[in-house]
Design a protein around this ligand. Structure first.
Ligand code: F0G
Length: 482
């Protein structure tokens, strides 16, 4: 994808696949979009698909599958125990990551539950580059405290640092000295750091972290859910890896880790998850949780069809021409938006295009959820469903006060191989229009607020009638167009 030059000189990412199955989409008129988002409590998670034109909520479980994945699903070996399908996946895991032990789980957070219940004890500290929502919730539920040790550049919205997902080795050293290695069950590194804009870590950084872990006899756990994007960035941005194949880079990464877990809804473009483990004793402990929470050891809550698809998907992840599609489409969209003045996270990362709501709607205070308000406005403007990744996605402090997020982002995910370039251009066009009309956007306030992971199902309302004003501005500029 990256090697194709256009005679015109334009930089256009060219798809290295063709589309053979399609799904019809609807684009509702703007008035209907206002009605839909109102009914959804201004929470894009609660919109119905029939009202969504471009579903950019997530890449989770919605990446396009390949013909080989679909074909493999037809030959799955369906049995409760001992399925051949599982052994094919296990062999693939050993082949790619070099781990002997593998436990299946129904999705990424199920792996986190098992890891947390096995390894996290009350009072433990878990250092990491950055948390993910479900990860932190599981570690905290088991009495642990998360310490985020991302390098300072990681939280700078505009940067040219190629590896904003790196952990700061000095902060890690200090954290180990302060809390004592005996209180730290493991260090967690997240590939393609989700909440700070899909930003990668470098192999060099992981090597440094592993050195520190080894010195202090602390386990190193990798969340590989977004590994595909991270592998691509290591290949194209890290000097020492330029000549290595994706498979070689993967092996170098996995050789450093004691445990690797992943959401198969992202890695491998299927659905499910799993944990790769080196230590025999930990494997034995985790096994019991799999049978308790997930299912038998040879399916772990997944359908065998999905397991077959995951096996092929993991193999396809080893192909740079497959995994570069996401990051290159994201970079294209980020550049289009920047040309229109829209503030986005730079450098563009993986997973999706991340809009900086703190700047886009700088007039909205964090207590009124600027990123949530912007996500609702983007849906009204274009039928585009993104996801709030800001204060709404945080939990309140124990005294009930808001915990303002480090960043206020609207994530517009680009599920792999799903959208065409004209759809990406449409999304950018509508968001640029919204940016010109940003003064019309105001905040949101809760109507129904769940206690845990409130962003999934909470309901909000606008603080004024700003959404009606936005619809009438849309009609003024676009006439009777959808
Ligand atoms: N770790 C990371 C880095 C993730 O991005 C996710 C999910 C999980 C763990 C949990 O995996 O959903 O299979 O249980 N991220 C999704 C998202 C939800 O939309 O970014 P899961």
């Amino acid at each position: 994808m990256s090697n194709i030059k256009f005679f015109s000189g334009e930089q256009i990412p060219l798809e290295m696949h063709k589309v053979r199955i399609v799904q019809k989409l609807n684009l509702q008129p703007v008035e209907k979009r206002l009605k839909a988002i109102t009914e959804a409590g201004n929470n894009t998670f609660l919109l119905k698909n029939r009202d969504v034109f471009m579903d950019m909520l997530t890449d989770s479980g919605v990446n396009a599958m390949s013909d080989r994945q679909l074909g493999a699903m037809m030959v799955a070996d369906d049995s409760y125990a001992g399925s051949e399908t599982f052994f094919r996946l296990k062999e693939k895991i050993t082949d790619i990551f070099g781990f002997e032990h593998f436990l299946p789980a129904h999705q990424g957070r199920a792996c986190e539950n098992i890891i947390a219940q096995t390894l996290v004890k009350p009072g433990n500290i878990i250092p990491m580059n950055y948390h993910f929502t479900t990860t932190r919730a599981h570690f905290v539920l088991n009495g642990g405290t998360v310490e985020e040790l991302i390098i300072d550049e990681g939280l700078e919205v505009i940067s040219n640092h190629p590896f904003k997902g790196n952990i700061c080795a000095d902060k890690l050293r200090h954290c180990i000295d302060k809390h004592g290695a005996e209180n730290i069950p493991f260090v967690r590194m997240e590939a393609g750091t989700n909440l700070i804009g899909g930003q990668p870590f470098s192999l060099e950084n992981l090597e440094e972290v592993q050195e520190l872990c080894k010195e202090n006899k602390i386990l190193l756990v990798l969340d590989a859910s977004l590994l595909a994007d991270n592998l691509h960035f290591i290949k194209v941005r890290e000097e020492q890896c330029r000549e290595l194949s994706i498979r070689e880079i993967t092996k170098r990464i996995s050789d450093l880790c004691d445990i690797i877990y992943f959401s198969g809804r992202k890695l491998g473009c299927a659905r499910g998850g799993g944990i790769c483990i080196r230590d025999e004793k930990i494997f034995a402990q985790m096994k019991e949780f799999v049978t308790l929470y997930e299912g038998f050891l040879t399916y772990g809550g997944m359908s065998v069809r999905e397991i077959e698809a995951m096996t092929i998907g993991l193999e396809e992840t080893m192909d740079e021409e497959v995994i570069n599609q996401g990051p290159e489409f994201i970079a294209f969209m980020a550049e289009e938006l920047q040309r229109g003045g829209v503030p986005v996270i730079t450098p563009p990362g993986g997973l999706g295009c991340h809009i900086n709501a703190m700047k886009f709607v700088s007039h909205i205070p964090q207590e009124q959820y600027p990123a949530g308000a912007l996500a609702a406005a983007i849906y009204i403007a274009g039928g585009i469903r993104g996801m709030e990744r800001g204060t709404l996605s945080e939990e309140r402090n124990s005294d009930g006060s808001e915990h303002p997020a480090d960043m206020e982002l609207v994530r517009l995910a680009l599920p792999r191989r799903v959208f065409t370039l004209s759809q990406v251009k449409y999304a950018a066009d509508r968001i640029i229009w919204l940016y010109k009309n940003r003064h019309l956007i105001e905040g949101l306030t809760f109507v129904e607020e769940p206690r845990i992971l409130r962003f999934f199902t909470g309901k909000l309302k606008p603080v004024s009638n700003w959404q009606e004003k936005l619809v009438s501005a849309f009609r003024d500029d676009f006439g009777d167009s959808l």
